[in-house]
Every structure is written in C-alpha cells, then in structure tokens.
Design a protein around this ligand. Structure first.
Ligand SMILES: [Zn+2]
Length: 277
C-alpha cells in the first residue's frame, strides 16, 4: 500500500471507522465495559450500544484517537508515513505530533554492545572521526542503535535508562570495563559477560545478535560513509534499525493501527501514578 492507496481506501471517516471496527472487534462489537455483545445504533456517528449495562460507545472510545481533533483519515496517513518512511521521516517528530511518543522499554534478555563507525582517511576526503554507536537488542525482539559522543559508562547509563526496562531479566555484554560502572546495583546482579578473546558463545551467554545487527549496519555504510556525516548518523541509525525491526513484518501499518485501537490509553495521570507506586 502506498500513500495514494491509503487515501483512496481510507479517505473518509466512515471508511476509517470500518477498518478500526474490524481491527478492534474481529469477532463482532463487544461492550467495552461488560464485554457483552453490543449492537450498532443507526446514527451518523456509528455508535454501539450494550443492552446489558446500558452503555454507549464508539470504536475509538478509550483509544488514542478519541480525544483527538485530527480526523481519522489524517491519523491513517500519518500512521502510514510513520510506518513506511525509509528515512525515518523524523519518526520522533511524527510521534510527538500524533501523541504516541512513549517508546516501550526493552526487557527479557538484552544484549548491549558498542561499535565504531568511520575514522579512516579516504583519498581526497577529510579524515572523519570515529563515531560511537551503542547497540541494544532484546533477544527475539527489537534492536536500537544509538549514537553517543564517547563510549563512557555515563553514556551507557543514559542510554540504558532511556531504553531498558527495570524488569529486564539478563544484561549481556562483553568484558569491556565500561559496563560494570554503568550499571546500577540491581543491574549488576543481572549482568553476564562473554570473553571474546577466548570464545564467542558459552551456552546462552553471547552478544551475537547485536553483533549481527552491527555487521549489517557496517555493510550498509561501506562506500557511503563519506556521505554519512556525524550529524546525519542518528537519522541513518534510525532508518537502519527501523528497517531491521520490521524486516519480518510487512503488515506494520495494520498492526500499528490495531495496536492504537486496542491498547489502553495511557494518560499522564496514570503514568505518573504508576511511576510513583
Ligand atoms: Zn455492557
């Protein structure tokens, strides 16, 4: 699907709602309050009604779409842009605009590793400085690539705080001394290291999955690094990890919409309460 298809298929509120109904209620509309089967009211606004508990709702009730003044058709276009944009289209900017900016935190078994990009003199081109990229990869899950100024414990600590859940089960790194200093007391208990000079894999303890992502990144950069300045590296990393994470998911657009219409809305009040608890 391209932008024109989206506009043709989902150019009106009704068409958008129809799809959201199918995504939210695949087995027919259910009351949001008591889960009993609901009926559709014959109104212009496409409302549903539950006889059991006398509750009236729409397909967007309790979702991120509900309190938005943005027409659904625009939400759909924005979502499509966010899902498809090869250059990241400043995904952060889109996320901020449409209000779904909370990145999920990585948990389970998480590998962390650092790599260096550039730094070689090329004929006729100015010498570039080596850029540090931190890779974080949840086993069987998402990859994130983050550009930092220096590979220091402080930088790692910041990246971890922004990307790794407190519920993480295992933290896997190599034996670099920057990691133990970056970890909190609790994180140190979860830390397992692999000694690269001796062997690569000891049972489950390895950082191979993040390293395979690094090698893809480097392959992508070979020959184009002179065009990828440090300034544009974050956008490049965003693009690369975006493609990497959706390589097995051609239905990202539908899945994203489904998530938006089924995930409970997170309000600021709820967020701050949960953090405080
Ligand atoms: Zn009900």
């Amino acid at each position: 699907m391209n932008l024109v298809d989206i506009n043709t298929l989902f150019g009106t509120e009704d068409k958008c709602r129809e799809l959201l109904v199918r995504l939210r209620f695949p087995e027919g509309p259910r009351c949001l309050r008591c889960k009993a089967p609901a009926v559709e009211l014959e109104t212009e606004k496409q409302l549903f009604y539950c006889k059991d508990c006398d509750y009236q709702f729409s397909v967007t009730s309790g979702t991120v779409f509900n309190d938005s003044h943005l027409p659904l058709a625009k939400w759909f276009l924005t979502t499509h842009l966010l899902c498809e944009a090869k250059k990241g289209m400043s995904a952060c900017q889109v996320q901020r605009t449409v209000g779904m900016s909370y990145k999920t935190m990585l948990d389970g078994k998480v590998e962390i590793d650092e790599t260096y990009i550039g730094g070689k003199a090329r004929r006729g081109l100015p010498r570039t400085e080596k850029q540090v990229v931190i890779g974080i990869r949840q086993r069987n899950g998402e990859l994130r690539l983050i550009h930092v100024n220096e590979a220091t414990s402080e930088a790692i600590r910041k990246v971890m705080a922004e990307n790794i859940s407190e519920d993480v089960e295992v933290l896997l790194t190599d034996e670099s001394s920057i990691y133990p200093f970056a970890f909190t007391v609790d994180q140190k208990k979860l830390h397992k290291t692999i000694c690269h000079s001796k062997e690569y894999v000891v049972g489950d303890v390895h950082t191979n999955t993040v390293e395979s992502a690094f090698s893809l990144l480097k392959r992508g950069i070979v020959g184009t690094w002179h065009k990828v300045s440090a300034k544009h590296l974050p956008a490049y990393l965003e693009e690369m990890s975006f493609r990497f994470n959706r390589r097995k998911n051609p239905d990202l657009f539908l899945n994203t919409l489904r998530h938006m219409v089924t995930a409970p809305t997170l309000t600021f009040q709820k967020l701050t309460k949960e953090k405080a608890a």
